[in-house]
Design a protein around this ligand. Structure first.
Ligand code: VGL
Ligand code: ZN
Length: 215
């Protein structure tokens, strides 16, 4: 497929809209630069998909990924957890808080599933598929396969963390995977965006613009 051609959709395609939640939007505790710019393209694109899944970052208070849970640590520093290195974040997407709610400006009434992740106190989960210990499954892989989906399109926040990790796991699970670049925005801390782009390329994830999505 030439990289500019339109991509006609079919019923075995699914759009995964990642973490479009108030804490990642302007005014949120972990606001992604220009994060609200994803909402228009996602709304337009979602209309072309019969199947849409949303993810929702959903941490308990005192989560291990919060800098506030580690003495003398500041947000965006690193710490070593049982499963490896972990970036520390400001408190965000705490279960039941307003910041954890999915933006009401998303208009995707036909979305079929909301997959919550990051709910285990000691394990982060950027990916909608597998937690940061790289072992604990959210069940999304089995769900998508049970539904018969073949191609996964990912968009949302943030490109270099939850969108990239979700796309990488989709590709690893055997789905043909697309990351919709203009419908995603990055945090870009300590080279994270360049690293994510290299990993996505190596995994064969197609990086596309939303203008290529054809109903
Ligand atoms: C995310 C950092 C921490 C994301 C979630 O949605 O990309 N980033 N938790
Ligand atoms: Zn999080």
């Amino acid at each position: 497929m030439a990289e500019q051609e339109a991509i006609p959709l079919n019923d075995s395609d699914v759009l995964i809209v990642v973490d479009v939640q108030y804490d990642f939007l302007p005014g949120g505790t972990l606001a992604v630069p220009d994060g609200d710019a994803v909402i228009g393209p996602i709304n337009r694109m979602a209309e072309a998909f019969r199947n849409v899944v949303l993810t929702q970052d959903w941490h308990p208070q005192g989560h291990a990924s919060f800098a506030s849970s580690h003495p003398r640590k500041a947000p965006f520093e690193m710490v070593e957890l049982t499963y490896g290195p972990q970036v520390l974040w400001p408190d965000h997407c705490v279960q039941g808080t307003a910041g954890a709610e999915i933006s009401r400006d998303l208009h995707i009434p036909h979305a079929q599933l909301i997959i919550r992740k990051g709910y285990n106190a000691g394990i982060d989960s950027y990916s909608g598929f597998r937690e940061a210990d790289r072992k604990t499954s959210t069940g999304l892989d089995s769900y998508l396969k049970e539904r018969g989906f073949k191609r996964v399109f990912c968009a949302g926040l943030a490109t270099d963390f939850c969108v990239a990790w979700t796309a990488l796991d989709a590709a690893a699970a055997g789905f043909e995977t697309f990351l919709v670049e203009d419908a995603s925005r990055a945090i870009d801390t300590n080279g994270s965006l360049a690293r994510a782009q290299a990993d996505l390329k190596a995994a064969g994830v197609h990086i596309i613009g939303s203008d290529r999505i054809a109903p």
